[in-house]
Design a protein around this ligand. Structure first.
Ligand code: 6GU
Length: 268
């Protein structure tokens, strides 16, 4: 996979040289290039921002440098036909594991890191001729710029690229891979600070362990993320799952998971 990132703070992306993503780059599984937007600003002060038309607080990123930077990426000899241009923005569609999964199948991703109040809107319209443009948000809060969001998205996407995670099994049983949160994990010692590891995990009965873990997933998802429980397709729930959900305050009604009308506030 090929990734280009444009930013006025290229050093922010240095962290993508570390750990799993750094190794994937050295192994040639990911080609990631970071570009300094200011290299495409030609005045003496390398200006990339200006005051907003119509007034208002803050500054807006000028279209000129962005047009040049994105053209250079799109015109590179080894660029994809129509790369996906991701514009990190609190006004974008919310990033999730399904989106990470989809992005991991793309050959070429380009990230345009805005700062200040954002990038002149005409850049996004213009870019649609050469890129598939997608504004993407990490969630409902505001960051000062797109760089931290790119760190998160590249890590979430990069680890799904075949070969990046050594043991692909570890991608299967993790939070959000099946719409539920992950079960709790334990390691040695068997008793720590007076707290014992759940007995069933020490017994070696794989059926019982699988049931225990599934129940823990359902119970903690019910408490922490009831929105995810309401989105479960009941077709994938067996008798034991339904029982666990009942105890967590939910039931199946008319082919959907709903809150049990008689459940208290405990289920979130
Ligand atoms: Cl992707 N960018 C910015 N600037 N703020 C955000 C965000 C992105 N996601 C949540 N807040």
């Amino acid at each position: 996979m090929r990734i280009d990132v444009v930013s006025i703070f290229p050093e922010y992306l240095d962290a993508l040289g570390l750990s799993l993503i750094g190794k994937a780059r050295r192994d040639g599984l990911l080609r990631l290039d970071v570009h300094d937007l200011r290299a495409f600003a030609h005045d003496r002060h390398r200006t990339v921002d200006d005051t907003p038309y119509g007034g208002g607080a803050g500054m807006v990123m000028k279209p000129g440098p962005w047009g040049e930077a994105l053209s250079a990426i799109a015109d590179a000899p080894d660029a994809a036909e129509r790369p996906l241009l991701i514009v990190p923005s609190p006004a974008g569609a919310v990033f999730n594991q399904a989106m990470a999964q989809e992005l991991s199948t793309r050959g070429h991703l380009v990230f345009a890191c805005g700062r200040y109040e954002g990038i002149d809107e005409r850049v996004l319209e213009w870019a649609a001729e050469r890129f598939e443009v997608r504004p993407v948000s990490l969630g409902d809060y505001v960051l000062n710029g797109g760089e931290v969001a790119v760190l998160a998205m590249v890590e979430a996407v990069g680890r799904l690229v075949p070969g990046v995670v050594g043991n692909p099994e570890s991608l299967v049983e993790e939070s959000h891979s099946d719409g539920l949160l992950e079960y709790p994990v334990y390691t040695k010692p068997p008793v720590w600070e007076g707290r014992a590891v759940p007995e069933v995990l020490l017994g070696g009965n794989h059926g019982k362990i699988a049931r225990f873990r599934r129940n823990e997933q359902l119970a903690r998802t019910a408490v922490r993320r009831p929105d995810l429980v309401l989105a479960i397709d009941p077709a994938g729930l067996n008798r034991h799952d339904r029982d666990a959900l009942w105890h967590a305050g939910f039931m199946i009604d008319d082919g959907r998971v709903v809150r049990r009308p008689d459940a208290g506030d405990t289920a979130g």
